[in-house]
Design a protein around this ligand. Structure first.
Ligand SMILES: *Cc1c(COP(=O)(O)O)cnc(C)c1O
Length: 392
């Protein structure tokens, strides 16, 4: 749909945009320009004259538009792990009488680590209750303070029904947090329509903001003023430049800011978001399903050694497809050596992201052809491909 706007090395088929999106060509120029003309020439005047200080909310509105969040309800900053902490701390305070945080065993570990770290520091007798993803709905009951889920499972691509689970949890009196790490820019999301209190996510996956791009947090506008931020940094203060000794939360979503915004990363992200202008998420979704279905059909036909680890129903999947294989790590390395980039998630998941902005039918067919060759000829079965790197 927009392939010519990305830098993808010649010959490479990049099926890993679900983990780190590729470089939008214009982002490199924008960052260089920003460095020379804003940082270089304006120096500290850039905070006012180049609008740096307002960017965390202004650019977040562009992300908000992709997840059905109204303007002024989303802010950028920090990393997703930090946003998990902020959202959960706020959610627990909205429901102080209850002690259970319900999540699932498919959740990304950092979300659970951050939750446990928070519970440990507040030490108010909370329990993090983890159930199988399929059992979340029936585990919702009147003990649950907060339902905290990642909508699309990072390993299998399985997608929770956001609206149904939000409604069930809220009917039971729980507060709801959705992690949209693998949803934003991948599937249509309607935060406002869902009624959920919080959403969080990152911008370096399907939104192509680059490694280290800031995370986002959405707070439902009607409750934003009730939140007492756990990470009460100076830029979330009502008047940071009064240098008051006491913290007073800023208006609405502003209070979810913490410290100095990553202005260079914001320049890259802002330009990356230009690519979405005029793109309908429904079209991206339709195309992603088409590519994923083709991939599944071709792999199952030509690579009988692999077993589908993602839901077969396209409506129950995000924008990635995974296959299980015990030597999946070595197969992925063999694919990368042939310029087909996917990734591996322990224990045995080979993961492929379908990002219609820059992946087309020819890419899918060529990727399967190479995968078939690797499986048939067992070219993965060599020590060089079994040597694990630090980042898989
Ligand atoms: C990618 C991802 C993260 C990453 O968190 P960072 O703090 O940005 O490193 C967290 N949670 C989920 C669900 C993810 O998919």
């Amino acid at each position: 749909m927009k392939k010519d706007q990305f830098t993808i090395p010649k010959g490479m088929i990049y099926l890993d945009g679900n983990s780190l999106g590729p470089l939008p060509k214009a982002a490199a120029d924008r960052v260089v320009d920003m460095m020379h003309n804003e940082w270089g020439k304006l120096l500290i005047k850039g905070w006012n004259q180049a609008g740096w200080m307002a960017q965390p909310v202004a650019i977040a509105d562009r992300v908000g538009a992709l997840i059905g969040a109204p303007p002024g309800s989303t802010v950028l900053g920090d990393t997703l792990s930090i946003k998990v902490y902020q959202a959960l701390a706020a959610a627990l305070n909205l429901n102080p009488a209850r002690k259970v945080i319900l999540s699932d065993k498919g959740n990304f570990p950092t979300d659970l680590y951050m939750a446990n770290g928070l519970l440990h520091s507040i030490d108010r007798g909370h329990e993090l209750r983890l159930v199988e993803p399929a059992d979340v709905s029936e585990a919702i009951n009147e003990d649950v303070a907060v339902l905290m889920l990642t909508q699309v499972d990072y390993r299998t691509g399985r997608m929770h029904d956001m609206n149904a689970l939000t409604k069930k949890a809220q009917d039971a009196g729980a507060v709801v947090i959705w992690d949209l790490a693998h949803s934003a820019g991948a599937v249509p999301v309607d935060m406002a329509g869902s009624g959920a209190e919080f959403a969080i996510g990152c911008t370096y996956k399907y939104l192509n903001g680059g490694p280290g791009a800031p995370a986002f947090i959405y707070v439902r506008p009607d409750i934003a003023e009730q939140i007492q931020p756990a990470l009460s940094g100076w830029l979330g203060h009502d008047a940071p430049f009064e240098f008051d000794l006491d913290y007073r939360p800023g208006a609405g979503i502003e209070r979810m800011r913490v410290g100095t915004p990553p202005v260079i990363q914001l320049a890259a992200l802002d330009t990356a978001l230009d690519i979405w202008d005029g793109v309908a998420m429904a079209d991206v979704r339709a195309r992603s399903i088409e590519l994923s279905e083709l991939f599944i059909a071709e792999v199952e036909k030509r690579c009988p050694q692999l077993s589908l680890a993602s839901p077969r129903d396209a409506q129950a999947r995000g924008s990635q497809v995974s296959f299980g294989f015990d030597d999946g790590y070595a197969v992925i390395q063999a694919l990368i050596a042939r310029d087909v980039v996917g990734d591996f998630r322990a224990p045995n998941i080979m993961r492929f992201g379908f990002t219609p902005l820059y992946i087309d039918v020819d890419d899918v067919l060529r990727a399967v052809e190479i995968l078939e060759d690797i499986m048939t000829n067992r070219t993965w079965d060599t020590p060089a491909f079994k040597q694990k790197a630090a980042v898989t």
